[in-house]
Design a protein around this ligand. Structure first.
Ligand SMILES: Cc1cc2nc3c(=O)[nH]c(=O)nc-3n(C[C@H](O)[C@H](O)[C@H](O)COP(=O)(O)OP(=O)(O)OC[C@H]3O[C@@H](n4cnc5c(N)ncnc54)[C@H](O)[C@@H]3O)c2cc1C
Length: 417
């Protein structure tokens, strides 16, 4: 396989060292291929750093399900904590918005849930193996994830439980007393809870990516820190242009998260990739810590206990990836979080990131339709930290001509390209 290998070549060059790219590079090395992984930053420094750290078994229903239509009138006001949107962006991206909404039907939702369930299941299995192999097992907590309602909305919790159970995903319904027993250190803010029992979480997502990257390095994978300026066809293979050198490889994998569409445009691919931006702010721990992440269903924010304290993450902001930050959403939810758990002063600045999302909320995992040797692995929306390992494993399997560990048909890039 090493026909292009050499000091500046490899079987595969993987672009992007977030959870998806690092996982892909590691899975490729596991199959004995020579790999160069390139990122302008250290592994796990962008979206895969700033997320809520949840390894979610139950996130099989994306944002665009039939439930979105019910919520849409409240979102139109542009004041809801769950979703803010920039009207100018929506006009310029009307095509994406229409296609995103067109997927929010019952008929479109069921097959996507099945597809995501397969991807998530395979990924959680890999995370649980890799985190041990990477010497980072102390970072994973098998304490589940609590979704909690302030109002007495038992019906919503039961409906979610039934929808998850229909896919074999376990959860437990909790009343106020059961929530207090489970999370003795929070104030009695919630009436109803749904504990996703098969979900895990980590206390430092960026550190987990770095641990996987060290595992790759230890296994003979090469990691380079450089800006990638272009991807070009090079005979039977590919050339990746960096400021001071080129990297040649037989295969190239684009795993650039929210930046993935940029380098594909010159190759003639117009990828309908939007960025659902989100923010986090971290706070020093109070005297009494959270034991697991909490998803405040009506407040539309998450709180995760992290290595440094409590990380509060915001809902979705639909606007241009690089538009200036707007702190309205995170500023609105931090006081709500303080009403649930005691925490101290902020640690550092507010962080902003972007969830990369295609109109059907499914990632692209597979070959680029018109360029042999070009592979796409991005668009993992709200669950890329969870789904990185199986996304990578699927790409590695496809490159090796083997079946992926789940049915990847729904993720074929050709559905949009
Ligand atoms: C607020 C928030 C909360 C979230 N919570 C969760 C959660 O709890 N659980 C979960 O599973 N998911 C969560 N997500 C989603 C998850 O973080 C993303 O889906 C995932 O991190 C995407 O990983 P990635 O590897 O595709 O992208 P990234 O981690 O962004 O990696 C892409 C890499 O490409 C590099 N890059 C880009 N362009 C270039 C270039 N030209 N040259 C060199 N390098 C380049 C970047 O430096 C970056 O390192 C959350 C996201 C947000 C924003």
């Amino acid at each position: 396989m090493s026909d292009n290998a050499g000091s500046r070549g490899a079987d595969v060059v993987v672009l992007g060292a977030g959870m998806v790219g690092v996982s892909t590079a590691y899975a490729l090395r596991q199959r004995g291929l020579s790999v160069v992984l390139v990122d302008r930053r250290e592994p796990g420094s962008e979206t895969s750093y700033g997320n809520a750290g949840i390894l979610s078994s139950g996130s099989i229903f994306p944002l665009n399900t039939p439930a979105l239509w019910r919520k849409l009138p409240t979102y139109l006001s542009n004041r809801h904590h769950a979703l803010r949107w920039n009207p100018a962006w929506a006009l310029r991206n009307a095509d994406w918005v229409v296609r995103f909404l067109a997927n929010a039907t019952a008929a479109q939702t069921e097959p996507r849930a099945v597809a995501l369930h397969g991807l998530i299941g395979a990924s959680l299995k890999l995370h649980r193996e890799w985190i041990v192999q990477a010497g980072a097992a102390q970072r994973i907590r098998e304490t589940g994830w609590l979704k909690a309602w302030r109002s007495d909305n038992v019906a919503a919790a039961k409906a979610e439980q039934a929808a998850l159970a229909a896919h074999g995903i376990k959860s437990e319904l909790l009343d106020r007393q059961a929530i207090s027993a489970l999370e003795p250190n929070i104030l009695p803010a919630y009436s109803v809870g749904l504990l996703h029992t098969e979900t895990a979480s980590v206390d430092a997502p960026g550190e987990v990516v770095k641990a996987y990257a060290r595992m790759l390095d230890g296994d003979g994978g090469e990691i380079r820190q450089a800006e990638i300026t272009a991807i070009e066809k090079d005979g039977e293979g590919w050339r990746v242009l960096l400021p001071n050198e080129d990297v040649r490889a037989r295969h190239v994998v684009v795993a650039l998260g929210p930046w993935s569409a940029d380098l594909l445009r010159p190759l003639g691919y117009r990828v309908p990739l939007a960025t659902e931006r989100g923010y986090h702010q971290e706070f020093r721990p109070g005297a009494r810590q959270l034991l697991r992440p909490i998803n405040d269903a009506e407040g539309s924010f998450l709180m995760t206990p992290m290595e440094q304290g409590i990380r509060v993450t915001s809902g979705v902001e639909l606007t241009d990836r690089d538009a200036p930050s707007s702190l309205a959403q995170i500023d609105a939810v931090v006081p709500l979080a303080r009403g649930v758990v005691e925490f101290g002063e902020p640690v550092g600045e507010v962080w902003r990131g972007a969830r990369p999302t295609l109109p059907d909320s499914l990632p692209m995992i597979g070959p680029a339709p018109r360029h042999p040797g070009l592979w796409l692995a991005f668009g993992n929306q709200h669950i890329g930290f969870t789904t990185g390992p199986a996304t990578g494993e699927a790409i590695a399997a496809m490159i090796a001509g083997a079946p992926p560990p789940f049915d990847a048909t729904a993720f074929a890039p050709s559905r949009y390209l």
